[in-house]
Write a protein that binds this ligand. Structure first.
Ligand SMILES: NC(=O)c1ccc[n+]([C@@H]2O[C@H](COP(=O)([O-])OP(=O)(O)OC[C@H]3O[C@@H](n4cnc5c(N)ncnc54)[C@H](OP(=O)(O)O)[C@@H]3O)[C@@H](O)[C@H]2O)c1
Length: 249
C-alpha cells in the first residue's frame, strides 16, 4: 500500500536541464518510478543518449528556456505532461560589485523567467485538459540563505521560492500542486576540486551532517513531491541540505 503511494505509473514528466548532473538523476528516478519521461535541454545529443539508455517511455526534446517559442514547441512535442521538473539553472560567480547587468540578466532569465514560462505554459495545458499535476521547481538553500559571490543566483532562487508559493495558491483550484525543492551543496564533478580544497572543506564543516549532499539524497524528496504521497503538499519549500541552512549563527 505504501509503495504504491510513490508510483508514477500513468504520469508523464517533463524535466528541464536533463543534460546536467541533477536533471539526469531526476529523469532516471521518475522513469524508474513508472513515469514516461521527456528530457529537455539545449544539448540534444546528451539527452538523446540518456533517453536511449532509459529505453521505452523516455524521449528527448530540444529546449532553450530563455526562448518562449522553444518552450511552447518542446511542450507541444512532449504531449501532456503532469509532472514538471523545472531544473535548468545557471550561476555567475563573482563579487556583487563586479556583477554586470548582463550577468544578472543571464541568470535571472534562466532561473526565474525560464521557470515561470515553463510552469505557466505547462499549467495552461493541464487546465485545458482538466488534469491535475505537480510542478517541482528546483530552487536552492541559496533562495533562503546567502551564498558568497552569486548575487543573481540567490536572488533568482528566492524569487523562484516566492513564485512557487504564488502559483501554488492560484493553481490549487485546478488540482495542480507547485512546490520547490531546495538542495544544499550537492557533490558533482564540477565542484569536486573546490570541495577537496581547504576552503571547500571549511564549507563542509559548517554542514551539521559534515558532508555534502549527493544526487541520491534528493531521490526520496523528489518522489514525495511528484507522487500521490505528497497529495496535500503545495507551496512548500522542501529543504534537503544536511542541516546546512539551520546551522547556528
Ligand atoms: N549542484 C548543486 O550543488 C545544486 C544545489 C542546489 C540547487 N541546484 C540547482 O539544481 C539545478 C541543476 O543543477 P546541476 O548542478 O545539475 O547543474 P548543471 O549540471 O550545470 O546543469 C544545468 C542544466 O541547466 C540546463 N540549462 C542551462 N541553461 C539552459 C537554457 N537556457 N535552456 C535549457 N536548459 C538550460 C543545462 O542544459 P543545456 O546546457 O544542455 O541546455 C544543464 O542541463 C539548478 O537549477 C541548480 O541551481 C544545484
Amino acid at each position: 500500500m505504501t509503495a504504491s503511494l510513490f508510483s508514477l505509473e500513468g504520469s508523464r514528466a517533463f524535466v528541464t536541464g536533463a543534460s546536467g548532473q541533477l536533471g539526469a538523476h531526476f529523469a532516471r528516478v521518475l522513469h524508474a518510478a513508472g513515469a514516461e519521461v521527456v528530457l529537455a535541454a539545449r544539448r540534444v545529443e546528451t539527452i538523446a543518449a540518456l533517453a536511449a539508455e532509459l529505453g521505452a517511455g523516455a524521449s528527448a526534446v530540444a529546449l532553450d528556456v530563455t526562448d518562449e517559442a522553444s518552450i511552447k514547441a518542446a511542450l507541444d512535442a512532449a504531449g501532456l505532461c503532469d509532472i514538471i521538473v523545472n531544473n535548468a539553472g545557471v550561476a555567475v560567480s563573482k563579487p556583487v560589485l563586479q556583477q554586470t547587468a548582463a550577468d544578472w540578466d543571464s541568470v535571472l532569465e534562466v532561473n526565474l523567467r525560464g521557470c515561470f514560462l515553463v510552469a505557466t505554459e505547462a499549467a495552461r495545458r493541464l487546465v485545458a485538459a482538466k488534469r491535475g499535476g505537480s510542478i517541482i521547481n528546483i530552487a536552492s538553500i541559496g533562495g533562503l540563505r546567502i551564498l558568497q559571490g552569486v548575487a543573481g543566483y540567490t536572488a533568482s532562487k528566492a524569487g523562484l521560492v516566492q513564485l512557487t508559493r504564488q502559483m501554488a495558491v492560484e493553481l490549487a483550484r485546478y488540482g495542480i500542486r507547485v512546490n520547490a525543492l531546495c538542495p544544499g551543496y550537492v557533490a558533482t564533478p564540477i565542484n569536486a576540486e573546490f570541495f577537496a580544497s581547504e576552503a571547500g572543506q571549511a564549507v563542509v564543516r559548517r554542514v551539521p551532517q559534515r558532508r555534502l549532499g549527493t544526487p541520491e539524497d534528493l531521490t526520496g524528496p523528489l518522489l514525495l513531491l511528484a507522487s500521490p504521497a505528497g497529495a496535500h503538499m503545495t507551496g512548500a519549500a522542501l529543504v534537503v541540505d544536511g542541516g546546512h541552512s539551520v546551522n547556528p549563527l
